[in-house]
Design a protein around this ligand. Structure first.
Ligand code: SAJ
Length: 409
């Protein structure tokens, strides 16, 4: 009988737990956040995502349990955050260690702990394994360690959980195959079994590749802007080459994956991770760059009152409700350091709570009170209501507006 305790019910743990339960696996979801567990037990999902509510209802019918307690079982999936230390850029594994500590105090002998959280290459060998051994468990006998990083993209998580291929890293290939069987309940993509170090590195490499590609697009945007060329047209044409696929420039790279994972490589391999470091710096420079463009556009249009400027979008990307590392928040923080963020109007249809100053909660009210709109997130809402921006000065950092006179990156 498969009974799995999924630890960490955030953006990755919750959909994974629900998916397993929907496919008839006995699932207990654990999170130390009492409020979050209470919300789930009250019958509400904790973030919005296409198809999540339906999956939640299915999992509830199949008997999924949510608790702050860890379960005594022989299989655990750990999906807790793995931030990086902002000073030395290395992984901060304290959530992982906390979860493993709690698991070791309740698990069955011979249990398998699958770590889904993204970890820097070598974390299992350098941090997790010694911790488990120090607790007098023999790895490979009393406890099996597996790394199964996820690949799902916020905005299309449920579909990608089912159809993406995945990687499983294990010391012992038979253990890897056993865990592969569990993921195969719902995952129709290819599941590659490899060693732990390779799985750790592969995951970080995937996000770093995307970060570098976005940085290239952002650097091109700056070059083209400085010399009167249209970066979007250039990328569009270049991408017609069969072996070129440049991503889109934007106001910065947010979220808790792409803006974090490359730092692990910079922190662990200083002096070697050069292009990776440069890409991070370019992407991190974009919010400031957007600010300097806003200043130019205001000057050109004789707009002097910051309260007539509106920022559309607070989330880190379109059609999600996640604001972690969001470029808009970075722009506002930068303005605050110059004592001026209290003035711009801000609106995001996905953020109901007041999280910044001058936040509006209704599109028309937001639009009616500004002269310059800065589109920072390409939510479906604004794509559908583009006509309502007629007559405004528009600075579109996402290249979604086709109204004449629009400014781009
Ligand atoms: N962005 C651009 N230009 C682009 C694409 C994205 O500026 O052309 C920006 C977005 O606006 C956003 C940021 O980059 O601020 C990151 O967004 P994203 O959609 O590229 O990626 P995430 O962070 O939502 O999800 C990534 C995905 N990784 C890859 O595509 C390699 C996802 O598959 C991973 O599962 C996820 O990280 C994760 O959890 O690691």
């Amino acid at each position: 009988m498969n009974k799995i305790n999924v630890v960490g019910l955030g953006y990755i743990g919750l959909p994974t737990a629900l998916m397993l339960a929907a496919y008839d696996i006995d699932v207990i979801g654990t999170d130390y956040n009492e409020k979050l567990v209470q919300t789930l037990n009250d019958g509400h999902i904790t973030f919005s995502e296409d198809g999540l509510e339906e999956l939640f209802q299915k999992a509830l019918k199949k008997g999924i349990i949510f608790s702050t307690e860890y379960a005594c079982t022989d299989k655990y999936i750990v999906a807790v955050p793995t931030p990086y230390n902002k000073k030395n850029k290395k992984i901060d594994a304290h959530y992982i260690i906390g979860a493993i500590d709690a698991i070791l105090s309740v698990c069955k002998k011979g249990a398998t702990i699958v770590i889904e959280s993204t970890i820097s290459p070598g974390t299992i060998d350098k941090v997790v394994r010694p911790f488990v051994e120090a607790k007098q468990f023999v790895v490979g006998k009393d406890i099996h360690l597996v790394h199964a990083p996820e690949r799902i993209i916020p905005g299309n998580m449920i579909f990608e959980l089912k159809y993406n291929s995945r990687t499983i890293g294990a010391d012992d290939m038979d253990k890897g195959e056993e865990i592969k069987e569990i993921y195969s309940f719902f995952c129709q993509g290819e599941i590659v079994v490899t060693d732990i170090r390779t799985a750790e590195m592969t995951k970080v490499v995937e996000n770093t590749y995307r970060d570098i590609n976005i940085a290239f697009a952002n650097e091109l945007a700056k070059i083209c802007q400085s010399d009167g060329m249209n970066v979007y047209e250039i990328i569009k044409i270049a991408n017609k080459h069969p072996r070129v696929n440049i991503l889109a420039p934007g106001p910065g790279v947010g979220g808790h994956c792409i803006s974090v994972d490359p730092w692990f490589l910079v922190g662990d391999y200083p002096g070697l991770a050069n292009i990776i470091f440069a890409a991070r710096k370019i992407n991190d420079s974009m919010p400031e760059y957007v600010l300097s463009r806003i200043a130019e556009i205001m000057q050109e249009n004789k707009i002097t009152n910051l309260s007539r400027v509106g920022f559309y979008g607070l989330t880190y990307k379109e059609d999600v409700d996640d604001v972690r590392e969001s470029p808009t928040l970075q722009i506002l923080a930068s303005m605050k350091s110059h004592l001026s963020n209290g003035f711009v109007q801000v609106y995001d249809p996905y953020i109901e709570e007041n999280i910044v100053s001058n936040q509006k909660h209704e599109f028309t009210e937001f639009i009616d009170n500004i002269d310059l709109i800065v589109i920072l997130v390409a939510h479906s809402e604004i794509r559908q209501r583009m006509k309502e921006l007629k007559g405004k000065v528009i600075f579109d950092t996402r290249k979604i507006c086709t109204l004449p006179g629009t400014y781009y990156l």
